[in-house]
Write a protein that binds this ligand. Structure first.
Ligand code: FAD
Ligand code: A2P
Length: 287
């Protein structure tokens, strides 16, 4: 059986987090705090925000960190968040769901400019270019907030150096839920430094499942019936040329991995770079 996700990065962060949380001052030292500099609400369930970036906070595009808030009892409540900004950016950006009763997001949804957020210094993740073999095309497949790591990667010049074409597919229920990815792609195309590469090499395929739109259907269906490749005039998926990053719910991740296995794609890791890599966009779905 294929291992869908190596749990060790999250476990390592959890461990780091627990040891910080047991610190006498609740584990929040000044370097673990950042200040919110911008907030945008996209729907009643989705928002993004930016923070300043502590000097020395380094990460690879596509990685995640633990961020959070202090609760009413002074305890740090932190969760894994993909960093949506690329590694070269002066600011940090995050894209967040709102879970109405969620321990973190029921409060994080109210953050405003000037508020302090906890940001743990360790970053990790499996959506790294170093885990993929060279290839011609890179497919980035996301649903919902799973777009966040790709918001970083599509703004990283390295992917355009490694791959001739980058195909970003973002699946959501409604058109409104595409608002953030549409804005990031539009801004990236207009960016003075990366805009030319993005315009030339990035194909953006937004798709919705519960409304009429220019592209409808689940990512799994678009892949299985070959519609995705054919709509872009690309050949069918082939492990000789295509590399894939996946970030969504456990169901999406499993369903795509099953399709890729049938086509003889191999999951990559650092010691043995492969054809595809997977990250969960969240922990849930009864696991
Ligand atoms: P929790 O108690 O953490 O979650 C409650 C339930 O809400 C979960 O069981 C699940 O069913 C559902 N849920 C949680 N997060 C999501 C989500 N993002 N989309 C759909 N349903 C969800 N969340 C983000 O919003 N943005 C990110 O960039 C992000 N990156 C993550 C990266 C990794 C590697 C992992 C493991 C999770 C990531 N998450 C992200 C999820 C995040 O860690 C929290 O679960 C989320 O912020 C909700 O926190 P909470 O305390 O309010 O609720
Ligand atoms: P659908 O509307 O058919 O459920 P969610 O908001 O539940 O996280 O879903 C985000 C998007 O991911 C929706 O378009 C949803 O389609 C789709 N989706 C959910 N589960 C899967 C899956 N197992 N495979 C492919 N797409 C999925």
């Amino acid at each position: 059986m294929t291992q869908l996700q190596n749990p060790s990065p999250l476990a390592a962060l959890d461990q780091a987090n627990k040891s910080l949380a047991s610190h006498p001052k609740g584990g929040i030292s000044a370097p673990d705090q950042v200040t919110v500099t911008a907030v945008t609400h996209w729907t009643d369930k989705l928002f993004s925000f930016q923070t300043d970036r502590p000097p020395g906070f380094r990460f690879q595009s596509g990685e995640f960190a633990m961020i959070g808030l202090v609760d009413d009892e002074g305890k740090a409540v932190t969760r894994a968040y993909s960093i949506a900004s690329p590694h070269w950016d002066d600011d940090l950006e995050f894209y967040s769901i709102i879970v109405p009763d969620g321990p973190l997001t029921s409060r994080l949804r109210h953050v405003q400019i000037g508020d302090k957020i906890i940001l743990r210094p360790k970053t990790t993740g499996t959506l790294g270019l170093a885990r993929l073999r060279d290839g011609q095309r890179l497919y980035l497949l996301a649903t919902g907030t799973g777009f966040a790591p790709f918001a970083a990667l599509i703004r990283d010049p390295e992917i355009y150096e490694r791959f001739e074409q980058v195909i970003l597919v973002h699946g959501c229920r409604t058109i409104a839920e595409l608002g953030y990815s549409q804005k990031i792609v539009a801004d990236s195309r207009a960016h003075p430094l990366i805009g030319e590469m993005v315009t030339r090499q990035l194909h953006y395929v937004p798709s919705v499942t519960r409304e009429n739109f220019t592209q409808t259907g689940r990512i799994t269906t678009l892949l299985a019936d070959g519609k995705l490749a054919s709509s872009l005039s690309l050949p069918p998926l082939d492990p000789a040329f295509d590399r894939i990053m996946i970030c969504g719910s456990i169901g999406l991740n499993q369903d795509i991995a099953a399709q890729l296995l049938e086509k003889n794609f191999h999951e990559g890791n650092l010691s043995s770079p492969g054809d595809y890599v997977i990250e969960r966009a969240f922990v849930g779905d009864g696991i």
